[in-house]
Design a protein around this ligand. Structure first.
Ligand code: CTP
Length: 407
């Protein structure tokens, strides 16, 4: 969403990971970006310019001197055109040239003319990566203001393990998104601390069983991601761990409601916004079994477990509220607005986001959501059905009363 209509220059240099640039270009185009590609001669030994031309729908520049347009110098025009540049893979060679201001072929001449944010994704043999010269160059480039995405450790083309693999493409795209947000979104939450909770809590029955619910954590993740895009320092307290984290997003994994409450309380005094998107289990086992509970001998025998109510985390935060803005979600299957209004009052919070979880295509576990926001001043905002990430952006705009996030 942040990359929509952004002009992205992809610079591909000559390492074996060059073939992965195809997927990068594809994903950027899919994210709505306008993509143009530059390749070094060495990169074109690994993949053809035609592949990248087809995927980017633009001519690929490979030669500094093939100047067909008399109006422009092509590498300068390219550099000026870009909103963002990514070099992937970035070889030791291009890193060395860039850190020393050398410009002697299409990639290095263009990169020297680039004035917009630029992300370098080094990928090479692990010994080349660890070499003091490469490390010195990377350090210098970081100081010069380049963004760096460290290579992954794993199985290398050489047949052994080491650090040097190009990170998975979704990670490169995520990194570009957070760079784009930093530069193109107003930093409305700069110097603000935000807690976002997500996922359904798990209340243990015994070591292998638990009580939980259908919450996937996606809405909470979207809220946390947008908060980080707006410059906040985010504590993301979640029961799910499969999300890539943004730079200023700290993942705190929890399981039960009590663990979640403990993590929130430790941070609450210094926090500005709490977004309780987690579906907190209302009950837990009175006594958690130390060992796996065995089944009874007789079929249809009644089993009785005692449950005890969990603390209402949000209501307790409401009682101790000072500077914090508190936002809750009301998951309902009937009387949506009425029940949401009741929760807003009883929990003494600022906003409630009412969410109909009875419909299959919105709410729990789905990609889309549709909500109504209510605040303690009586304001009611109905939002149409949309993807959770777009919805999260809208919700933040409403909470911050600042509709200046433009695509
Ligand atoms: N919540 C909480 N602690 C709980 C239960 C809920 O902090 N023990 C928070 C949720 O994270 C959500 C809001 O309170 O932001 C409303 O949660 P919801 O499950 O819709 O309502 P409940 O308060 O649990 O009430 P009920 O289950 O009766 O609808």
């Amino acid at each position: 969403m942040v990359l929509l209509r952004k002009k992205i220059g992809v610079v591909v240099t000559g390492g074996i990971a060059a073939y992965k640039a195809t997927e990068l270009v594809r994903q950027l185009v899919k994210a709505g970006a306008i993509v143009r590609v530059i390749m070094t001669k060495s990169a074109s030994e690994f993949i053809t310019p035609l592949t990248l031309q087809v995927l980017s729908r633009h001519e690929v520049l490979i030669d500094t001197f093939s100047e067909n347009d008399t109006e422009h110098v092509q590498h300068i025009e390219f550099a000026d055109w870009c909103d963002l540049v990514v070099v992937a893979p970035a070889t030791a060679n291009i890193i060395g040239k860039l850190s020393n201001g050398i410009a002697d072929e299409i990639a290095s001449t263009t990169l020297l003319a680039v004035a917009c944010p630029c992300l370098l994704c080094p990928a090479m043999n692990t010994n080349m990566y660890q070499h003091p010269a490469t490390q010195r160059n990377l350090k210098r480039l970081k100081k010069d203001g380049y963004y760096l995405l460290e290579p992954d450790t794993g199985f290398l083309a050489e047949g052994y393990e080491g650090k040097g693999r190009l990170p998975v493409i979704t990670q490169i795209v995520e990194k570009l998104e957070s760079i784009a947000a930093k530069h193109f979104y107003p930093q409305l939450l700069e110097n603000k601390k935000v807690i976002v909770t997500a996922g359904g809590t798990r209340e243990r029955i015994d070591p292998v069983r638990y009580i939980s619910n259908d919450s996937s954590g996606k809405m909470g993740y979207a809220m946390a991601k947008i908060a980080s895009f707006l410059g906040a320092e985010v504590s993301f307290i979640s029961t799910k761990d499969h999300f890539p984290m943004m730079d200023n997003m700290d993942l705190i994994l929890v399981e039960s409601a009590l663990q979640m409450q403990k993590e929130i309380n430790e941070r609450y005094a210094q926090t500005d916004y709490v977004i309780m998107a987690a579906a907190v289990s209302d009950f837990r086992m009175m006594d958690q079994a130390e060992h796996k509970i065995k089944k009874k001998d007789q079929e249809n025998e009644k089993i009785l477990w005692e449950l005890i109510e969990n603390p209402d985390i949000l209501a307790e935060l409401g009682q101790n509220k000072k500077q914090q803005v508190l936002v809750g979600f009301a998951a309902e299957t009937q009387n949506l607005i009425e029940y949401a209004q009741r929760k807003l009052k009883s929990k003494r919070i600022d906003w409630i986001i009412a969410n109909d979880v009875s419909q299959k295509d919105i709410g729990f576990n789905s990609k889309n959501n549709q909500v109504t926001l209510l605040n303690e001043k009586g304001q009611v905002v109905n939002l149409p059905k949309m993807e959770k990430i777009d919805l999260a952006r809208k919700v933040w705009e409403i909470i911050l009363n600042d509709p200046i996030i433009k695509d």
